[in-house]
Design a protein around this ligand. Structure first.
Ligand code: ATP
Ligand code: MG
Length: 589
């Protein structure tokens, strides 16, 4: 039988296949994605989401969303909502949404059970003392002087903890396992701490909160999770995960924890704490700043969900941590956008080009009208341009052309260097899809820079080719100046200049690139403006207005995403050059 899904085989899928073949869990597969709602999801979480939901899909199982809300200090409904939204945007739909806080009462009862059986005790020591006594690998642990309290005493103290009779931090509940274990997680881990903070769901109902290790496996078991995937740093917690489950009389199966490598990317940090610092310190413009590796940031930057999924499926699940190159992710983004993004024209650094022999509406030429110094209007012609050569279904649009144009400043050289084949005095080039033009003269501004380039056009080359078949070396993009709209284009550089931010100093912020955005006042074809162009100038083909959030290719310049909120603002998603292919060719990846 062939699997209908695209998730490639990996050690986790192989293990689950083996479990099913052996009849484990009755062949059932249930996973969960368990974020803590203390920040926005980032690209690393996308990998976990794709793994959790993908595996469930692959085995006809189910995947739930469970908020691991056991630490009220940093948690908030704002994060809950954004997480739900980001998962849906990535294309996944949890069967059910749970909160670990729903299980606080059950966890509490189980804790009392462990106390009664002599498997947990209340410790009066402070966090620092407990941590010191834990020892280290090859270094003996020291047993707490409170370790041998009787079950009755522990039970009374634990109930008093719950009842709010002690100050924050005054006591903890610890599992009584083995202070000499080689596994530090088993050296009497803390199960509960006292903390008076309003919880976003349970309010002030609780002053004691379960720790991650105590909450996680039990929550998995309550929900019926079979395969509980997490990242490699939890390998050493697995014996504890199992120890807790083994002590309890579970309502169902004993779930199994499986670990895979975290996703790390060059020039990127994937830690909510660090990302929050960027936001709080005002180093970026919010969680959805297009330079942020948050899902919200990537969305605003124009990354398609399909590209993120394809990248994560491509790198797969492995057992060794590796830092993937950002260029590789970008190549998936580019490949997806190449298929899906419509083409448009924009000029990032505009330079005026005037076709002196172009007709005005009153029968003169532009050159004559400009010379006469009175009012004139350039004739307008409409050209039909293909929206996406990769997808004929996207059709075409009509773009206005006239004798007054914007071209890219970099596409003109007064004194062209060798191998510069774009416009320069006396040189003929193609204005894409329109005409062949030849530069004739240049007006300079006070600083000696070109301000207006004058040119002539060949009327016989309408559509962009001369009937005599003569060749030109360059094809350039252009805009008709009278109908061009003002846009703002933001070009982004890496947010962190080092490949492994913080590797040298220990603090990623030391590697922050303080010059990672370039803001350009640019021009675009009418379809990039909002509201739509004046009806009298509207394209005969109807509206092709770019919508908020839509990603288009600015020809020759890259892919740009229309900001979801601010009209006329475009973020460069990625450039056109496949740097990943170039790196692969150099063999340096
Ligand atoms: P952070 O360090 O950014 O706060 P976290 O692991 O504490 O991340 P959680 O909200 O607890 O964040 O994570 C939810 C799930 O996402 C966990 O299963 C976690 O292992 C997984 N996850 C988090 N970061 C990554 C990453 N970089 N790569 C793969 N999975 C990740
Ligand atoms: Mg966490």
């Amino acid at each position: 039988m062939t699997e209908p899904n695209t998730v490639p085989s990996d050690f986790i899928a192989d293990q689950i296949s083996a479990d099913r073949a052996a009849g484990k869990y009755g062949g059932r597969v249930q996973t969960r994605f368990p974020p803590e709602p203390n920040g926005y999801l980032h690209i690393g979480h996308a990998k976990a989401i794709i793994a959790d939901f993908g595996i469930a899909e692959q085995f006809d199982g189910i995947c739930n969303l469970r908020f691991d809300d056991t630490n009220p200090d940093a948690e908030d409904v704002e994060y809950v909502e954004s997480i739900i939204d980001d998962i849906a945007w990535l294309g996944y739909h949890p069967k059910q949404v749970f909160y670990a806080s729903q299980y606080f009462e059950q966890l509490y009862r189980w804790a009392e059970e462990l106390i009664e059986r002599g498997l947990a005790y209340v410790d009066d020591q402070d966090a620092e003392t407990i941590s010191t006594q834990r020892g280290g690998f090859g270094k003996a642990g020291i047993e707490s002087p409170y370790r041998d309290r009787s079950p009755q005493e522990n039970l009374a103290l634990f109930r008093a903890m719950r009842a709010g009779q002690f100050a924050d931090g005054a006591k903890v509940l610890r599992a009584k396992i083995d202070m000499q274990s080689d596994n530090m997680s088993l050296r009497d881990p803390v199960m509960y701490r006292i903390r008076r903070t309003n919880h976003h769901r349970t309010g002030d109902q609780w002053v004691i909160y379960p720790n991650y290790d105590w909450a996680h496996g039990q929550s998995d078991a309550i929900e019926g999770v079979t395969h509980s995937m997490c990242t490699l740093e939890f390998v050493s917690h697995r014996p504890l995960y199992n120890w807790f489950l083994d002590q309890l009389d579970l309502p169902g199966d004993h779930p199994q924890q499986m670990e895979f490598a975290r996703l790390e990317l060059t020039h990127t940090v994937t830690s909510k704490r660090k990302l929050r610092q960027l936001v709080v310190d005002g180093l970026v413009d919010g969680w959805d700043d297009p330079r942020m590796p948050t899902i919200q940031g990537l969305r605003r930057r124009g990354y398609p969900a399909a590209a993120i999924r394809a990248f994560c499926e491509h790198i797969g699940l492995t057992k060794t941590n590796a830092r993937h190159r950002l260029e590789e992710l970008e190549s998936f983004v580019r490949a997806e956008l190449n298929r899906t993004a419509q083409r448009r024209m924009a000029v990032l650094k505009p330079l005026k080009l005037v076709l002196d022999d172009w007709p005005t509406t009153d029968g003169r030429t532009l050159g004559e009208a400009i010379q006469a110094g009175d009012d004139y209007q350039s004739q307008v012609e409409w050209f039909e341009l293909t929206n996406n050569p990769e997808n004929p279904g996207d059709g075409s649009r009509m773009v206005p052309f006239s004798g007054e144009l914007w071209i890219e400043r970099d596409d003109f050289a007064l004194d062209p260097p060798p191998r510069f084949f774009r416009l320069s005095p006396g040189r003929e080039v193609r204005l894409r899809g329109a005409y062949l033009v030849t530069a004739t003269s240049v007006d300079l501004d006070d600083s000696g820079q070109p301000s207006v380039v004058h040119a002539s056009f060949d009327p016989a080359s309408r559509g962009g080719n001369a009937p005599d078949g003569r060749k030109v070396k360059s094809t350039m993009h252009w805009l008709s100046a009278p109908t061009a709209v003002d846009i703002e284009a933001r070009l982004y550089d890496r947010l962190f200049s080092a490949e492994a931010p913080g590797a040298a100093s220990g603090d990623p912020m030391d590697d922050l690139n303080r010059d990672s955005v370039e803001v350009l006042t640019a021009k675009g074809e009418p379809s990039l403006g909002r509201p739509a162009l004046d009806a009298s100038l509207e394209s005969p083909a109807g509206s092709v207005q770019v919508q908020p959030g839509q990603v288009v290719q600015f020809e020759r310049l890259g892919y740009f995403a229309a900001d979801p909120r601010q009209d006329g603002l475009f973020h460069r998603t990625v450039g056109l050059r496949d740097e990943w292919a170039a790196l692969a060719k150099k063999g340096s990846n």
